[in-house]
Structure formats: structure tokens, C-alpha cells
Design a protein around this ligand. Structure first.
Ligand code: GLN
Length: 533
């Protein structure tokens, strides 16, 4: 049977970084609260095939899906707000669209025709979107278009979405435009002109928005909304204000108070019984706002200037804090500079995140040593776990121990490239990616945290604990608490006689949800709280 989905397309205007992804995810959350099933698509109009090869400074964290796609961080917001695992194909890039069209052209699928942006690229975009709608069988498909309207790279996507509205019917597709309404302090007033201009830009592509969501620093009043409705040709009740909120998780509640759900339900004729029930979500938001007690976590990383680089870790810590009803304060510590012991000694716990390349390694190793010597809870994720193993080995007399990623000549290559990785030449999408099972050893900290023997976690790495040194490290006191089910790959390490020292080769942060805090983060914060200074 053909699946009939409703589509909500979210575009952005005026400036970037106004929280278009959070706004779209919040709409999704509201619709979920009506009992509807919702899935999300993020369109990234850049040419990269995926975001795996992008520096975190460019686009923030690379989010990894269950099925092993390296995607935009907005997919993380969608998974957290919708509480569902998205497929990697939910991140559509210009690179993927063109690659697919060119492959078809080479295989002769368009024999005889001149291959063009319209119709071939736009058809490809529509079929990618429809395929996701079909496979998910969701009632509502959110489609967020990255960038701002007017960007050259975004044009084919807007054109495809305009066509999609005509083909699917106006009652099945709606457009939501997210803009920014600046407040001019000198003039003492809000300015709607940028919103008018960007709506005009959107309309020049043939798309009339059905709803305008105005982001602003402070609430705007109804006369301003009226003005925007008038100039942008949108119904008055479809001009919505979303002023800055103290937490991103509050946004669904803000949009709900502006009756966003009701308007959408009516506009695209969604089949619902009753209204949205956001009480569970409101409860989560309440626990995320707990002020006391406070527990501090120092994140020792090399991309700390841009918090978005570690966004899933930051959110996972918040979820765990809400679960324990405490507040977590994160201190961002640059691993580039010599790590200052005084800074570290003020912390209740230390977290060492993932990363690539040698820069910042010395700082991370120092932080591990500090945590070992001062019995501070320490959590190492991916590269962080590798640093734990390296520093542990060095402290136990294996001088010069290292990962071959940083020192190919090290006398003790305790971390080395996985065998299957050695043959790989291409850099894109070739790491060990996505969900793999991990078997947990009974009687360990890991087992105590998870309370189960088999877990599934997402990965993104090329290097691993070197099996040649496994025995020697174990003799020296390293506990291998998690391995792949065939016992070949070490997935988790810990040591005895320390309040909380645990490293994992996978990225637990990608599976944490506001309503389902991740067990490792909960266990880590609990230990930090117990030893809290
Ligand atoms: N660079 C390390 C590896 O490839 C760690 C990767 C990571 O932290 N995501 O194994």
C-alpha cells in the first residue's frame, strides 16, 4: 500500500545559528505528543558526501547513526527530541544527490537525455525524501533545509520541495520559515525588515511560507506579529515567536504555548484525537532545571572553543544530571596548553572525549595521570579511552608507550590500527562505524552501571587496544571489562582501587536521551557527586 505522509519543510532566513534544528525538532516533539509518528530529514546543501571528513570547527560534532553514517549534529537533536533512532540516509547532502545522479548517468539510466539540475537532480532529491517517508512509515516527515534561503547551494533543494508540494498536494505539505527579529538597542525597538526580506527571498523561489517562527532575544508583542503577518502574507496566528529560552528542551513548551501544534494539525489535516500531551516532556524540563547540588565535570579536549564539537557529550551529561536530580557544571579545558593542575583540582570529575591526531594528546595524558594520582573519577571516550591505556602503560613502566596514530615508532604500541583498517586507503566513511555489540564482564564497574551483559553502542574509530599487549596490561592491573562478543576487540577498560576510572572505545553519548539517560553517564556523575569537593 502506498504510504501517505505529511511533510513539514523548515527553512531559515536572516542569519544562521538561530536554532532552526532545535525549532524543527521541537515541532516534531509536539506532534509526537499528539500520538503521531514523526521522522526527520536534514538536508545539508554542501558538496561533501557526508560530514565525516569535516573538521568539528566547521560544523560542530559529527553525529553517528546506528547504521553507521557520519552525519550532521542536527540528527542528534532529532534523535533526542523525537526519542527515535534515525537512519543515516536521513542526512541528505548535495554530494549524495550528485553522486547518485552521476552513477545513474554512467550506468546508462538516462540514455539519450541531457542530464540537468531540473529535472534530474530535483527528481533525485524528491525520490530520496519519499524513500525515507516510505521506509519510516511515519505520519509526519520533517524536512529541515540547512543554510539560509538565498544560498546558491540550497536552490535545487528548494525547487524540489516546491515541486513536492504540488505533487503531494497543498493539504499534505507545509512550509515553516524560521527567521530572526533583531532588537536595536539604540532605537529601542525590534526590526521586522530582515524577516520581510528573507520571506521575499523565499517567495522568489515559488514557496510561500505557511508559518513564520520569529526567533528573538526577548518576547515580541502582538502588533509586531500582525505587521509580519501582513507583510509576509501569512495568517496572523501562524506568526509565532520563539524568544531565547534558558534550555533547548524548553522550546517545545514555548512553541506549544503559541499553539504551533494546533495550527499545523489543522493546516495539513492531521488525524489526531485530542490535543498534545506535553506533561511528560514538561517533567523532563523541570528536572533539567534543578539548581542544586552541583557537580562539576572538566572536559579536556582540543575543540573546546566551539562547544558544538562535543554537543552530544554535553547533552548526555545534562540528561544524567537530570536523572540524578543534580546540576552539572561543565568546565571546558583546552588540551592544547599544559593542563593546569590547579584547574583540575577544583573539579569533581574529568571527561576525556574522542578526537583525531596528535594535537592535544599531551594534555589529555596529563589529565589521565592527574585523575589516577588524585583519585578523581575519570571517563574516557574513544580517543579518551586510548589515552587512559597509554598513560596507564607509561605509569606501569612501559616508557614511551603510545598509539601508532601519534608515534609509529613507539616501543610499546599499546594502541594500534585495527587489522581491517590497514588495507583501507580512502578516508571517507571507512572507519569502524555504527552500532556493534559489546559483551560486559560481570563484577565490573561497567556491569554495575549497565546491569546487563550485552549492550549495543555506536562506534567511530580506526585504532584499538593492541591485542599483543593485552596480557601484559592485564597483569599490570588493567581490567578489560567489555569486548566484542568474539572477544577480539577490547571495548572497555577500567582499573581496580579507583573511585571511577572507565574508558570505552565506543561513543555512549550518541544514545543518551533526555528521558533515558545513559547508564555510563549516570554512573560517572554519581561517582563525581559522591566524591564532590
Ligand atoms: N583517533 C582515534 C581512532 O581513530 C579515536 C577516534 C575517536 O575518538 N572517535 O581510533
Amino acid at each position: 500500500m502506498v504510504h501517505l505522509a505529511k511533510y513539514i519543510v523548515v527553512t531559515g532566513g536572516v542569519v544562521s545559528s538561530i536554532g532552526k534544528g532545535i525549532t524543527a525538532a521541537s515541532i516534531g516533539r509536539i506532534l509526537r505528543s499528539y500520538g503521531l509518528s514523526v521522522t526527520a530529514i536534514k538536508i545539508d546543501p554542501y558538496l561533501n558526501w557526508d560530514s565525516g571528513t569535516l573538521n568539528p570547527y566547521q560544523h560542530g560534532e559529527v553525529f553517528v547513526t546506528d547504521d553507521g553514517m557520519e552525519t550532521d549534529l542536527d540528527l542528534g537533536h532529532y534523535e533526542r527530541f523525537l526519542d527515535s533512532d534515525l537512519p543515516g540516509e536521513a542526512n541528505i547532502t548535495t554530494g549524495k544527490v550528485y553522486m547518485s545522479v552521476i552513477e545513474k548517468e554512467r550506468s546508462g539510466e538516462y540514455l539519450g537525455s541531457c542530464v540537468q539540475i531540473i529535472p534530474h537532480i530535483t527528481d533525485e532529491i524528491k525520490s530520496m525524501i519519499r524513500r525515507i517517508a516510505d521506509r519510516s512509515r511515519a505520519d509526519v516527515v520533517l524536512v529541515e533545509v540547512g543554510g539560509t534561503v538565498g544560498d546558491i547551494e540550497g536552490q535545487p533543494f528548494l525547487e524540489a520541495l516546491r515541486q513536492l508540494r504540488n505533487e503531494e498536494g497543498h493539504e499534505n505539505v507545509m512550509f515553516v520559515h524560521v527567521t530572526y527579529v533583531p532588537y536595536l538597542r539604540a532605537a529601542g525597538e525590534f526590526k521586522t525588515k530582515p524577516t520581510q526580506h528573507s520571506t521575499k527571498e523565499l517567495r522568489s523561489t515559488g514557496i510561500n511560507p505557511d508559518m513564520i517562527i520569529c526567533r528573538s532575544e526577548m518576547p515580541i508583542d502582538s502588533s509586531l506579529k500582525k505587521k509580519i503577518a501582513h507583510f509576509c502574507d501569512v495568517e496572523e496566528e501562524a506568526v509565532v515567536n520563539a524568544p531565547d529560552a534558558s534550555s533547548i528542551y524548553e522550546v517545545p513548551l514555548v512553541l506549544d504555548s503559541e499553539n504551533v501544534g494546533e495550527y499545523i494539525v489543522r493546516r495539513i489535516e492531521l488525524d489526531v484525537d485530542g490535543g498534545a500531551d506535553l506533561s511528560e516532556w514538561a517533567g523532563i524540563v523541570e528536572s533539567l532545571m534543578v539548581e542544586e547540588p552541583v557537580v562539576t565535570v572538566g572536559i579536556v579536549g582540543k575543540y573546546v572553543e566551539l562547544e558544538d564539537s562535543y554537543i552530544s557529550i554535553r547533552e548526555a551529561l545534562k540528561h544524567a544530571a537530570a536523572h540524578l536530580r543534580v546540576r552539572v557544571d561543565i568546565e571546558w579545558i583546552s588540551a592544547d596548553d599544559a593542563v593546569n593542575e590547579e584547574d583540575l583540582s577544583r573539579l569533581d570529575s574529568i571527561l576525556i572525549p574522542g578526537g583525531f591526531g596528535e594535537r592535544g594528546i599531551a594534555g589529555k595524558l596529563e589529565a589521565v595521570r592527574f585523575a589516577l594520582e588524585n583519585r578523581v573519577p575519570v571517563f574516557g571516550i574513544c580517543l579518551g579511552m586510548q589515552c587512559m591505556v597509554i598513560e596507564f602503560a607509561r605509569m606501569k613502566g612501559m616508557e614511551g608507550a603510545n598509539s601508532t596514530e601519534f608515534d609509529p615508532e613507539t616501543p610499546y604500541p599499546v594502541i594500534d590500527m585495527m587489522e581491517e583498517q590497514k588495507r583501507i586507503k580512502n578516508m571517507g566513511g571507512t572507519m569502524r562505524l555504527g552500532s556493534y555489540q559489546c559483551r560486559i564482564m560481570k563484577g565490573t564497574l561497567a556491569h554495575e552501571a549497565y546491569g546487563t551483559e550485552l549492550v549495543s553502542e555506536r562506534h567511530r574509530h580506526r585504532f584499538e587496544l593492541n591485542n599483543e599487549f593485552r596480557g601484559e596490561l592485564e597483569e599490570k592491573g588493567l581490567i578489560i571489562s567489555g569486548t566484542s562478543p568474539d572477544n577480539f576487540l577490547v571495548e572497555m577498560v577500567e582499573i581496580e582501587d579507583h573511585p571511577w576510572f572507565l574508558g570505552c572505545q565506543f561513543h555512549p553519548e550518541f544514545r543518551s536521551r533526555p528521558n533515558r539517560a545513559h547508564p555510563l553517564f549516570v554512573s560517572f556523575l554519581r561517582a563525581a557527586l559522591e566524591g564532590s569537593r
